[in-house]
Design a protein. Structure first.
Length: 69
C-alpha cells in the first residue's frame, strides 16, 4: 500500500488525490472515475468528487490502495 502525505494540509480533494497517487493523469479524469463509482474510500464506494480525504483514510481504485498520512 502506498502512502501519500498531506504535507501539513488538513485534507485533499478525492479527485486531486487520484491524480497525485497516479491513478489518473488529471483531476478531471479523477472526477469521472469517482462519478462512475470506481473509487472506494475506507471500503465504501464514494460518489462525491471533491470528498475531503483526511489523514488515516484509505482510497482504493482497481485493487490499488493509497493511505493518506
Amino acid at each position: 500500500m502506498t502512502e501519500i502525505s498531506l504535507d501539513g494540509r488538513p485534507h485533499i480533494d478525492l479527485c486531486d488525490l487520484l491524480k497525485v497517487a497516479g491513478f489518473c493523469p488529471t483531476g478531471g479524469v479523477g472526477k469521472h472515475l469517482v462519478a462512475e463509482g470506481a473509487v472506494k474510500v475506507d471500503g465504501e464506494v464514494e460518489l462525491r468528487k471533491r470528498a475531503k480525504i483526511r489523514s488515516g483514510q484509505i482510497v482504493e481504485y482497481k485493487g490499488q490502495k493509497v493511505k493518506v498520512v
